[in-house]
Ligand binder design. Structure first.
Ligand code: BTN
Length: 274
């Protein structure tokens, strides 16, 4: 086993030493193996765990993705963790949170690996067109009131190959750089990058963050996309984000849809402005 692999555990003692955050990653619950970090974080949150509580594992066996999909990760190779958040903001702003988290994860990946991920609405990070990271944000409400949110992040880090059937669409940081990346450093950097953004979000300074997301995403503007939702699909040209983080897609003259849920797929070619 290479030295970095041997040393690259996600033990709380290792993480805490490097962490600059005030709230995020406090406390840390570390598991050698579990089903889904989102599920454990949810249990802890419903029992009263404070904002910032983090659940991280060396091996996630039943990871969940968006829209009921599975999320595959490899033991000791990938990064899977979840945070408990208790933001006191209007519920209509919550969908911006995973976009903002995506910016922070992208910045952290860039700092640690030198790669510059692209952001694909709503929650994917792509490198050279292949998905390296996904974010699953789950809101728990009681009597119509937001109680807490679990945000789960999965990053394909050091595996030499991705899971069967995913090689056309997914990749790992190792495949993209040709070198091992320290998962603990990446995790620390994500928390350090996300916290200042999160505090701006809590202060409702959301517009500059959404503008930053648009700047960092090649999908945000002037891109032909196919929008796939549970009950319908349509094509259009992206036009940026609404103030609540919905993707604006132009379907015809004067007809712009606010897309709140679903997936987008690149359609044909990038539109060139005349
Ligand atoms: C997606 O792209 O569909 C979102 C994937 C989110 C995966 C992460 S891994 C950590 C956390 N625990 C889960 O079960 N899912 C999220």
């Amino acid at each position: 086993m290479l030295l970095l692999e041997a040393m690259d555990s996600l033990l709380p003692s290792l993480i805490k030493r490097q962490l600059d955050s005030k709230r995020l990653g406090k406390p840390i619950h570390h598991y050698v193996r579990l089903g889904s970090t989102n599920d454990i974080a949810d249990q802890l949150a419903s029992a009263g765990a404070p904002e910032g509580t983090m659940v991280v594992t060396e091996h996630q066996t039943h990871g969940r993705g968006r829209l009921g999909r599975s999320w595959f990760s490899q033991k000791g190779k990938d990064l899977c963790f979840s945070l408990v958040l208790r933001p006191d903001v209007p519920p209509c702003n919550l969908s911006c949170l995973s976009l903002i988290l995506g910016i922070a994860v992208g910045d952290a990946i860039e700092k640690i690996s030198g790669l510059k991920p692209d952001l694909k609405w709503p929650n994917d990070l792509l490198i050279n067109g292949k998905k390296c990271c996904g974010i699953l944000s789950e809101v728990r409400t009681e009597l119509g009131e937001v109680k807490y949110l679990i945000v789960g992040i999965g990053i394909n880090v050091n595996a030499k190959v991705v899971s069967t059937g995913l090689s056309m669409t997914a990749s790992t940081l190792f495949q993209q750089t040709g070198r091992q990346i320290s998962r603990s450093q990446l995790l620390v950097e994500i928390l350090n990058c996300f916290e200042p953004f999160y505090f701006e979000f809590l202060d409702q300074k959301i517009k500059p963050l959404l503008d930053l997301w648009v700047k960092k995403s090649s999908y945000a503007e002037d891109r032909w996309v196919l929008v796939k939702q549970i009950d319908r699909s349509f094509q259009g040209i992206t036009q940026g984000l609404s103030k609540h983080g919905a993707l604006l897609v132009k379907r015809g003259e004067g007809w712009v849809e606010e897309v709140l849920a679903g997936d987008i797929i690149e359609w044909d070619k990038k539109v060139t402005s005349s």
